[in-house]
Design a protein around this ligand. Structure first.
Ligand code: SF4
Length: 388
């Protein structure tokens, strides 16, 4: 049996491989085509029901040097679109036969237009997820959009995503989502058994693997982590908020933990866990996907949710995870994350939950200042708790 660290090391190798070797291997073995998707959430089940591999593209991290990507965007936006353009232009995404651009922000919307111009022979689709959660309005609109997506994908693969094929894909992803929930639950119960740097790569590896293969890895990691015998440390428990799209470098996550913070929940690789409940495996599968998005979609900056619900959701999450503080950790210039942050901070202050914030970009290389800030935050939480 492999140890948790050994499994995480294999996943880390997959995650850091921006040339998509796993996808190339799968293509060669199965003869299937592959479709990429940008953050946050895309209905991967539809891609897989159309007989293709769905591949999450989360940017180039600190693995690629951006040369041409900078020419396409102004300097005051986040890093992710530049690195994605660089990956596309340098052939690193050649394994993909198309790309989905889910509605998340103006940057991704613009990127989808650029992609159409830069790669006219590839399938490109902007996915306009519903922001009106009334079933008669947003629900029916999304069912129509999903069916349209299915028809477009069938044109790429030659495989029609029938209802039965879609139900089968939904069942496989439900299983995967249950395993990821179990991973997050275990980390919250015993964070010393599941370091976030490991959980992160284990979850993210699923963006490059067939879902069954990934579920087997998560299951194996869970078993190995439970018996790892790792000892608990005197660390504070925090929730990480804001990293739902461009991902922080792995070194930053390790820095937070070394600075004394156990991360007991986060919004990293959020697309993999975007639906917080199962999708109905009976009935009309297109409607089931749409209903799950509306009923169980995550509360995150790029998804409209009326009223004060997002603040309440974060406070409830802190209570559920027994978190002592919140770390706002967002990419520089990320409009959705940074616009919402003050509203969430106000809600936390009203609930007497401590918080701190800093920004990063996917290629941030210096972590000393973050180490000091996170360490001070962790210390202050523990001192504060002792005063209570
Ligand atoms: S990091 Fe933020 S601003 Fe940049 S593409 Fe993602 S959601 Fe949009």
């Amino acid at each position: 049996m492999r140890s948790a660290a050994e499994i995480a090391a294999v996943c880390e190798e997959i995650v850091l491989d921006v040339g998509l070797s796993c996808v190339l291997r799968h293509r060669a073995e199965s003869g299937k085509k592959a479709i990429g998707f940008l953050p946050i959430y895309a209905p991967r089940e539809v891609v897989e029901a159309a007989g293709m591999l769905s591949v999450g593209v989360l940017g180039g991290g600190d693995q690629i040097e951006i040369i041409r990507g900078d020419a396409y965007f102004q300097s005051y936006i986040c890093q992710l679109p530049r690195s994605v353009i660089e990956m596309g232009l340098s052939g690193k995404l050649d394994a993909l036969d198309g790309m989905l651009f889910p509605a998340i922000c103006d940057v991704i919307r613009n990127l989808s237009g650029m992609w159409q111009l830069l790669f006219p022979n590839k399938y490109v689709r902007y996915i306009d997820v519903p922001h009106n959660h009334d079933w008669e309005v947003g629900g029916k609109f999304y069912v129509h959009d999903l069916r349209e997506l299915g028809r477009g994908l069938a044109g790429v693969s030659g495989v029609t995503p029938s209802d039965d094929r879609l139900r089968e894909a939904i069942a496989l992803h439900n299983e995967n989502r249950r395993l990821l929930r179990a991973l997050y639950d275990l980390r919250a119960r015993a964070p010393h058994l599941v370091p976030t740097a490991e959980a992160y790569v284990v979850v993210r590896a699923g963006y490059q693997l067939p879902v069954e293969e990934h579920s087997a890895i998560v299951r194996e990691y869970l078993e190995a982590a439970r018996v790892s015998g790792r000892a608990p440390l005197d660390q504070s428990r925090v929730v990480l908020v804001g990293s739902f799209c461009e991902q922080p470098p792995l070194g930053l996550l390790k820095t937070l933990e070394r600075a004394g913070c156990y991360i007991v929940d986060d919004d990293l690789v959020l697309g993999a866990r975007f639906l917080r409940g199962d999708v109905d495996e009976t009935g009309d599968p297109w409607e089931a996907l749409a209903r799950a998005y509306i009923a169980h979609g995550s509360h995150t900056s790029s998804r409209y949710v009326a009223g004060e619900q997002k603040g309440e959701y974060l406070i409830d999450l802190c209570k559920k995870r027994k978190a002592e503080g919140v770390v706002f950790c967002a990419p520089s210039f990320c409009d959705p994350a940074l616009l919402e942050q003050p509203m969430l901070q106000t809600a936390l202050e009203a609930a007497n939950v401590q918080h701190t914030s800093f920004r990063y970009s996917e290629n941030t290389a210096q972590f000393q200042a973050i180490h000091e800030q996170a360490g001070t935050f962790s210390d202050s939480i523990r001192l504060w708790s002792e005063d209570q």
